[in-house]
Ligand binder design. Structure first.
Ligand code: ADP
Ligand code: MG
Length: 286
């Protein structure tokens, strides 16, 4: 490659150096996450996997600009994160759709804030609703949708702003297993089309392995990264992956990591012991 080639112009690069985040007041204050160093490339799908309370939501809150790190440097595309922005869209476990607006108006809301005219934003919102399979529900109230449909509307509401980062905090955690599986496939299909950077928080190993290019595994509080797993399972990913030997092998490894209390003497990933072991779809970077 030509060394004078300019860096990728695609937005969505995250760089974090020595990021710690303190929560609580006075003598109750504590470090929720500690000295995090990581980088995410534009267009990557990264899952942050860790036990409950390890600081996943805290880190995502800092990326969203809701929380300020107490130490270190957190940048998106070379600029320090300062406050929330539609460029860094967040999806939580429960939707934030406004109950008194139609699904369409909720999705179009971001464009209204940008000053777009009524007809243009209606057209864009309808298009976005089509992409998440909700075109027929545009005029409904959010309360008239199922849980999965509400989350689809929520994703459309965020994606209409064309964010550099899509930040997702256990977004399918409240859904039943079948709906959740369908939502995972829908999200991957959308991501294939838009290729925005996704940082997806979950405590569910299967979910992380199914979705991600890469999994950052966090230790219990204070959260630190104890593993950086790169996955190379073929895309598009389908349900059959969940029972593939390479998948269950990595699942066992992640389970062992999460069960480990203090993060010392971490289990090492051993070869799969199958003829294809040399071609295991991963690389361990830590
Ligand atoms: P996770 O998302 O991994 O479950 P969180 O980031 O929500 O973890 O929380 C990390 C730790 O900080 C937890 O122990 C939680 O109880 C605590 N915590 C979260 N928010 C606050 C807050 N606003 N004030 C004090 N402690 C908090
Ligand atoms: Mg959380």
């Amino acid at each position: 490659m030509n060394s004078f080639e300019p860096p990728s112009q695609q937005p969505g690069r995250i760089t974090a150096q020595g990021v710690s985040i303190r929560l609580g007041q006075g003598r109750q204050a504590f470090e929720a996450v500690q000295a995090l160093d990581f980088a995410v490339e534009p267009g990557e799908f990264v899952c942050i996997l860790g036990p409950s309370g390890c600081g996943k939501s805290t880190l995502l809150g800092a990326l969203a600009g809701h929380l300020v790190p107490s130490a270190g440097d957190l940048q998106v595309d070379g600029r320090a994160v300062q406050g929330p922005s539609p460029e860094r869209g967040m999806v939580f476990q429960h939707h934030t759709l406004l109950p008194w607006r139609s699904v369409l108006d909720n999705v179009a809301f971001g464009l209204k804030m940008q000053g777009q005219g009524h007809a243009a934003r209606r057209q864009s919102a309808l298009h976005m609703l089509q992409r998440v399979g909700l075109a027929d529900f545009a005029e409904r109230w959010p309360s008239q949708l199922s849980g999965g449909m509400q989350q689809r509307a929520e994703i459309a509401r965020v994606l209409i702003n064309r964010p550099r980062l899509l930040l997702m905090d256990e977004p399918f955690g409240a859904l039943d297993a079948q709906t959740r599986a369908r939502m995972q496939e829908l999200l991957l299909d959308l991501w294939t089309q838009i290729r925005t950077t996704v940082v997806f928080v979950t405590h569910d190993i299967d979910e992380a392995l199914f979705l991600a290019d890469r999994i950052l595994v966090m230790s219990p509080r204070p959260g630190r990264f104890i593993e950086d797993l790169r996955l190379d399972f073929a895309r598009p990913r389908r349900a059959s992956l969940l029972t593939a030997p390479a998948f269950t092998h990595l699942k066992r490894h992640c389970l062992a990591l999460l069960r480990h209390e203090d993060g010392r003497e971490l289990p090492r990933l051993t070869p799969l012991g199958l003829p294809s072991a040399d071609h295991l779809p991963l690389r361990i970077a830590l």
